[in-house]
Design a protein around this ligand. Structure first.
Ligand code: RIB
Ligand code: CA
Length: 310
């Protein structure tokens, strides 16, 4: 498989990236592209470099992406991920820089020149991907599939109906959802079903690796946030991990192929993904919407990650 990870690291992004680094080779992970979301894009870029530094995988190139959504003001989530983006979990300082070219240029060149289709793992706002498809539509034919964390059927985490990644750049999400590219959606409906309980974190720490300590820091870091603790007293979801864990084992989740569209106009419901679970609209079923997860399997993959990455 050929894979590009598009990310706004982000504590759960970091878990997702570590899963990919543990299970895929440098020949399979063609690069990491960063985008503004949880934190400003330069902070996310530095975090991507820090994660690679920790894993000893500096051969994987990092390309800095869009600093602002396609049409809106950037909204970040430092209140969730900390001003450093990793809630001060002690990843090392990077010993290299991001590449000179930008994320969309890298995505376009790599897709155009690849002799096989490439899977995109999208962990943040879809700004880079939306810009790629809008400006270089021919690249769509070289995308194997897009597995993304975002949205939810009638549920939100930043407004009553909108999930953060989609809310930050609904116009970009609209381009991706109407692109015709095969889409796999890991929305809040499924990510809220897998919780980083104390027992699961202890199992990860018991592997004894440095990675295990960092994972424990990442998984436990949101529990200091009152609103998160109230909703998830036993542990927090690890949204982005679903994307790369699914690429490791696609029996992780099950779902249905349904129509999903996004609200880009309404003040009240901007960023809502409208998931037509009962096929009422008759609109084209464009998304493999996941709604069930084997949560034990998710944490086995995370524990395995801790064993495989020292
Ligand atoms: O709503 C959760 C998503 O928003 C995750 O991708 C998290 O990293 C943030 O980007
Ligand atoms: Ca993210």
């Amino acid at each position: 498989m050929k894979l590009i990870i598009d990310t706004d690291p982000g504590t759960d992004d970091a878990v997702a990236i570590l899963i990919a680094l543990a299970h895929f080779t440098n020949d399979e992970i063609l690069g990491i592209t960063t985008v503004a979301g949880n934190v400003k894009v330069d902070v996310g870029t530095r975090n991507a470099l820090r994660i690679l530094e920790h894993a000893g995988r500096n051969e994987i190139p990092v390309f800095e992406g869009e600093a602002e959504p396609l049409e809106r003001e950037l909204e970040t989530a430092e209140w969730v991920h900390g001003t450093d983006g990793l809630n001060f979990v002690p990843f090392p300082e990077p010993s290299k820089e991001a590449e000179g070219s930008g994320a969309v240029e890298f995505l376009r060149d790599t897709l155009e020149n690849s002799d096989e289709r490439i899977t995109l793992a999208v962990l943040g706002p879809m700004t880079n991907i939306g810009k790629l498809i809008r400006d270089f539509p021919n690249t769509k034919n070289k995308i194997e599939k897009i597995v993304f964390m975002g949205g939810g059927a009638g549920m939100g985490n930043h407004t009553p109906v909108a999930e953060f990644n989609i809310l930050v750049d609904p116009e970009a999400a609209d381009i991706v959802l109407s692109s015709g590219v095969p889409l796999v959606m890991m929305g809040l409906d499924v990510t809220h079903q897998a919780i980083s309980t104390k027992e699961r974190i202890e199992r990860i720490v018991a592997t004894g690796s440095e990675t295990g300590k960092l994972l424990s820091g990442l998984l436990g870091s949101l529990l200091d946030i009152e609103i998160v603790k109230q909703k998830f007293p036993d542990g927090t979801p690890v949204h982005d991990a679903f994307v790369t864990a699914y690429l490791v084992d696609n029996t992780l989740t099950t779902g249905e192929v349904v129509n999903v569209e996004v609200e880009t106009e309404s003040k009240l419901t901007i960023g809502q993904t409208v998931v037509d679970v009962n096929n009422i609209s008759g609109r084209h079923p464009n998304v493999h919407w996941m709604n069930k997860v084997d949560d034990e399997k998710l944490f086995s993959i995370i524990t395995k990650t801790s064993e495989l990455l020292k």
